[in-house]
Design a binder for this molecule. Structure first.
Ligand code: C2O
Ligand code: CU
Length: 628
């Protein structure tokens, strides 16, 4: 079974087992007064034992897929549950039939055991849905204390004996107060930050890490954020947030070596704005992360980004202030750096959903909610620079001609020709699809029927959309950069969906190592190091992970070595384990997050810092900086 299926099975079992132990305990207790209920109690207890055995097997299989998937279950949940469960099997189960026949009564100890198992099983539910991996000490301690206290209290209730009453009450109250204080403190700690500096300490200030002038021609652009109505081709009107009145914003297309100078202005009434150059290795001070590399540009304000476009390829820009809202509503555009003068049909193709309506924008054309059509002469070299600006993946493919993926996330790739096959493009990711225009129409399609791009030589019917299998992008390239022989540091990110303190409340959150932004501990790296990240997805959701300012070299997925490939946005599916390596060659304080921006806003955002770099900016309410 796949790890994703095992995780789901374990989640069902943990609830089922808790319910069965609860019912078994309740019926056993009741059979002390109404003996004929003992039969049902025996049946329920047998069921609970079966479920428990099933859970042990599931956890064992999960541990086989990796310790991250099972650690807290092996170390905490099962050690709590198994002793009372086994005792109930040995002591309680054989007696219940005799109680039912009226030849015996149930001693209190026998009724306590299934209830103790019930308390442990309920703790098991919380361990699965709230503790996760790695184990967070305080919650684990509270749960263990609660299971013991509950068992002791039940024991005392049934036997009227137990620890001396007064001592017991005092000890119980102290533990309960501690647990309460702990819970209160962690909820208080989890309130939205009023002002929080993420990287203090001495050394270099991020404001010193600005882009210079590469010596090439300076290309100047001005982007003004303002609300505007965007009309889709169907006539549908979208109340969008735009740069210069359009969404996508103006395409920024320059030649390698030129200096890009973009003046950002803000005319939005209710929110700040920044420009983040997604995937581009800009100097840290140009990264556009409010509260980390700059303050968000408020209404009437300005910020000038300036850097050398020394990295050719397909990129994009978007606001990083409350990005889930701002980007979804339209504050983004294409950023293309050409190594040479573009030739043939070479266009950015942006996929964006406005209020749930999928659209395609080709080049400087506006968003089209139907099929965009262009005439291209046979023999023309075609490069479609697909950019996924949405929160979820898109499945893209070309029909009517064999094609290749010529670049992934801006980096050139060499791979075989694809015929009708398709590829999943992660949120934030880019694929350059390349082919030579044939003498018949060619269709670029996504999973959304009735959208996409049709290239025609002037006549002929559109081919049916590609329907071939999905390729595995980590196995696509035939040549890639060499994998470093050793790594200077190792970090693990366990992605999960847990109930944890957030915004001052216990809320379902997207977590990394059991924590949420901005409290996820930041890895520290030093310039020149190779850092290996193991990214483990324990949740049931897809997470397109995106580190800023760097590409990562994909090493393996689920233990299978990748055809080495550079990516800046990679989809970690439920149950998957990705190993990626980052070359620390761009000093700064860098955000890193899930590009399903709803997940990022619900916790799945972290940052990593270079040794000796500090940020004078603060996230939080005071400066209205919300990079997540
Ligand atoms: Cu497009 Cu922080 O990302
Ligand atoms: Cu996610």
């Amino acid at each position: 079974m796949s790890s994703a299926a095992l995780i789901a099975l374990d989640q069902i079992l943990v609830i089922l087992v808790a319910a069965l132990w609860g019912c078994a305990g309740g019926y056993a207790l009741a059979s002390r007064k109404v003996p004929r209920l003992a039969c049902a109690a025996a049946a329920l207890l047998a069921g609970a034992l079966l479920g428990t055995a099933g859970r042990v097997a599931t956890v064992a299989l999960l541990a086989g897929h990796g310790w991250w998937f099972a650690g807290e279950k092996v170390l905490l949940a099962l050690p709590l549950l198994l002793p009372p469960a086994i005792a109930a099997a040995v002591v309680s189960l054989p007696r219940l039939p005799r109680v039912a026949r009226g030849t015996a009564t149930l001693p209190p100890a026998v009724a306590v055991l299934p209830l103790a198992a019930c308390y442990a099983a309920v703790a098991g539910v919380l361990i699965t849905f709230s503790v996760g991996y790695p184990i967070r000490g305080y919650l684990a301690a509270v749960l263990v204390a609660a299971v013991f206290a509950g068992t002791a209290a039940t024991w005392r209730m049934l036997t009227r004996t137990g620890p001396p009453g007064r001592l017991w009450r005092v000890a119980g109250s102290v533990v309960a107060l501690l647990a309460l204080a702990w819970t209160g403190a962690s909820l208080w700690n989890a309130r939205p930050p009023y002002e929080l500096r993420l990287a203090g300490g001495g050394g270099v200030d991020v404001t010193a890490l600005r882009g210079g002038d590469g010596g090439g021609e300076v290309r100047r652009f001005t982007l003004t954020a303002r609300p505007a109505t965007v009309t889709l081709r169907s006539g549908r009107k979208i109340e969008a947030l735009t740069f210069n009145g359009g969404s996508p914003g103006p395409q920024i297309r320059v030649r390698q070596g030129e200096t890009v100078e973009v003046t950002l202005a803000n005319e939005l009434a209710d929110r700040g704005v920044t420009l983040h150059w997604h995937g581009y290795h800009v100097p840290n001070g140009e990264d556009g992360v409010p509260g980390v590399t700059q303050d968000a540009v408020r209404r009437g304000g300005r910020f000038v980004y300036r850097f050398t476009a020394d990295q050719p390829g397909s990129y994009w820009y978007h606001t990083h202030e409350t990005p889930n809202l701002g980007l979804q509503k339209g504050l983004f555009g294409a950023f293309i750096v050409d190594a040479a003068a573009p030739s043939g049909f070479d266009e950015a193709v942006l996929l964006h959903s406005f209020d749930g309506t999928p659209t395609t924008s080709v080049g400087s054309g506006g968003p089209d909610d139907g099929v965009v059509s262009r005439t291209v002469a046979p023999g023309t070299a075609v490069r479609l620079r697909m950019v996924n600006t949405d929160n979820g993946p898109h499945t893209v493919g070309v029909a009517g001609v064999p094609y290749r993926i010529g670049a992934v996330d801006g980096m050139p790739v060499e791979g075989r020709e694809l015929a009708g096959e398709r590829a999943q493009l992660a949120a934030g990711g880019r694929y350059d699809l390349t082919f030579t225009m044939p003498a018949r129409p060619v269709a670029l399609s996504t999973e959304n029927p009735g959208t996409g791009l049709l290239l025609t030589p002037g006549s002929g019917a559109a081919p049916p959309p590609p329907s071939g299998p999905l390729i595995d992008i980590t196995r696509y390239g035939t040549r890639g950069p060499a994998v470093p022989a050793r790594f200077d540091r190792d970090h693990t990110w366990v992605l999960d969906r847990l109930l944890v303190p957030r915004l001052g409340l216990p809320l379902p959150s997207y977590t990394v190592n059991g924590e949420v932004w901005p409290r996820i501990p930041a890895p520290v790296v030093a310039e020149g190091e190779w850092v290996r990240f193991t990214v483990v997805n324990r949740s049931g959701d897809l997470h397109p992970m995106h580190p800023h300012g760097h590409h990562v070299l994909v090493l393996s997925r689920d233990g299978v070595p990748a055809a080495p490939l550079w990516m800046d946005s990679f989809d970690v599916a439920p149950g998957e384990v990705w190993e990626v390596a980052l070359k620390a060659d761009n000093p700064g304080v860098w955000l890193s997050h899930c590009h399903e921006l709803k997940h990022a806003a619900e916790g799945m955002t972290l940052h990593f810092t270079y040794e000796g770099v500090r940020s004078p900016f603060a996230v939080g309410e005071r400066m209205a900086n919300h990079p997540d």
